[in-house]
Design a protein around this ligand. Structure first.
Ligand SMILES: [Zn+2]
Ligand SMILES: [Zn+2]
Length: 259
């Protein structure tokens, strides 16, 4: 894929490998714009993210590889930021970066995508969990803090599927994403999980297309082998639905490129 904006580094404590290995894999795959968007620091769930004191190192490390590879590929700097009310931090929201990805990994403090807490899925109504998740995505979009929506339907990660109509559940969230002028990422990490499909599903992507919401692509790689893995599937899905261009960001300005 030509653009790949969401990739991690070992600073978040749950990714492996040197930044250069990720970049080399992206070059081999023919990527033109490759972005690091590591988990931003937060005063919650601290063990799975960098510390506030790591931000400077992270940003300067990305800028170093940016220079090192400038003749071969454009490296971009971003953060994947958790949308978690009462834990948002100005140091992250105002960081001098190319873009911010807004992601929901927690519902009222429950890390629903963490296998450690999978038991909580049995204790609640699945349709209610799904609706609460999309309501949180809607609230995230309405903050106006972010450029990109991270893995729109991450809630399907363990394949606990609802009885209700997912399009209906997500419709207000998609409307808010459109109004906030955000970009949706097509994230291939879903292929590596139980659900074995992209985030978002083709059905939700069709809704986004009808609303005119732009897209971008991401590996969400936590090791270099995952860079561009399943990229053919995801590009095919986007084309079949009608998309012909995707977004990248430089200094919070959106640019579009044909793929
Ligand atoms: Zn994420
Ligand atoms: Zn991620």
């Amino acid at each position: 894929m030509i653009v790949d904006l969401h990739n991690h580094t070992p600073l978040c404590n749950h990714a492996q490998g040197e930044m250069q290995e990720y970049v080399q894999k992206a070059i081999d795959e023919g990527t033109h714009f490759f972005g690091f968007a590591d988990h931003a620091p937060m005063d919650f769930d601290r063990e799975y993210r960098m510390k506030f004191s790591d931000m400077q190192k992270y940003e300067s490390d990305v800028k170093k590889v940016q220079k090192q590879y400038q003749d071969k590929i454009t490296i971009l700097l971003g953060y994947e930021v958790d949308y978690l009310p009462n834990h948002m931090d100005e140091r992250v929201l105002n960081a001098d970066v190319d873009y911010l990805i807004g992601s929901v990994h927690f519902l009222e403090g429950w890390g629903f995508d963490n296998p450690e807490f999978i038991g909580r899925w049995e204790e609640q109504n699945i349709d209610e969990i799904w609706q609460k998740y999309f309501d949180t995505i809607e609230a995230m979009a309405k903050t106006g803090y972010f450029d990109i929506v991270g893995h729109l339907d991450l809630i399907k990660i363990f394949k606990f599927m609802p009885n209700g109509d997912i399009n209906l559940m997500a419709s207000k969230a998609l409307q808010a994403i459109k109004e906030a002028d955000m970009v949706l990422e097509l994230n291939i990490a879903g292929y590596r999980k139980d659900v074995q499909e992209a985030y978002p599903s083709p059905t939700l992507l069709k809704q986004a297309y009808k609303l005119g919401i732009p897209i971008t692509f991401s590996s969400d790689a936590h090791k270099s082998e995952q860079v561009a893995l399943f990229n053919e599937e995801i590009v095919k899905m986007a084309k079949e639905i009608g998309y012909t261009e995707c977004a990248y960001f430089i200094k919070r300005q959106r640019h579009m490129i044909a793929f």
